[in-house]
Ligand binder design. Structure first.
Ligand SMILES: [Zn+2]
Length: 110
């Protein structure tokens, strides 16, 4: 999936060379490309090497979930990964709605 994004955004990425440093460029890539991609990602977009990371904002418990695991929970493959935020409960402190969901993309992509 990231490869697709790369191709789609290649021109866009190489154009703004006004970033002051590599860190700034990476930061911009992260906020402008990676995060929107995560926001739109559905469980079916995840490959078997990708993981969904769920951080609890209340107790800082971190869970790494495989797409397989999410499907076995009964979630639809079309469910958006970010929608998990409101659906998961922390195994550490049982807080609901405090999850911070992100995608850890595996090397093989989707
Ligand atoms: Zn918690």
């Amino acid at each position: 999936m990231l490869e697709d994004l790369w191709i789609k955004h290649r021109e866009w990425v190489f154009e703004p060379l006004y970033y002051s440093s590599l860190d700034a460029l990476i930061g911009a890539l992260d906020t402008k490309i990676i995060r929107p991609a995560e926001y739109l990602a559905r469980i079916e977009d995840l490959g078997c090497s990708d993981l969904v990371q769920v951080d609890c904002a209340a107790c800082h418990d971190v869970a790494l979930l495989t797409p397989d695991f999410l499907l076995r929970l009964g979630l639809s493959p079309r469910a958006k990964v970010m929608d998990l935020k409101s659906r998961v409960r922390c195994r550490g402190c049982a807080a609901r709605g405090r999850a911070v969901v992100s995608v850890k993309w595996g090397r093989e992509g989707g």
